[in-house]
Design a protein around this ligand. Structure first.
Ligand code: FES
Length: 104
């Protein structure tokens, strides 16, 4: 896993309770559990200065805490106005009970 970076234990990520991860050399990240799978996106809303982990997760949708915009957690697509720019998503690997993504 030398080309990967470790984010958090899988067990820490519960449906509806996304976990914020803050690492050097990375933008703030959000880790989600959706229907048995783990997903990672950038944490910062593309509309403003809000952390999506402070928002509301409804299944595969994360709603921003600020203006009611939302994103598809799996694809990163903007789903509700005023969000229009997708959030970046990351390829996730699970190893030894931890969530990993590729190094930049
Ligand atoms: Fe997220 Fe405006 S900052 S919807």
């Amino acid at each position: 896993m030398s080309n990967k970076v470790r984010l958090c234990p899988v067990a820490d990520v519960k449906e509806g309770e996304p976990v914020g991860v803050f690492l050097e050399h990375f933008p703030a990240l959000a880790v989600y559990y959706v229907s048995g799978d783990i997903y990672v996106t950038d944490n910062m809303c593309t509309h403003g200065n809000a952390m999506l982990t402070d928002g509301y997760q409804d299944g595969g949708i994360i709603e921003c805490p600020f203006h009611g915009g939302s994103f598809d957690i799996v694809t990163g697509a903007a789903k509700a106005f005023p969000c229009q720019v997708p959030i970046k998503t990351y390829t996730v690997a699970i190893d030894e009970g931890w969530v990993w993504i590729d190094k930049p």
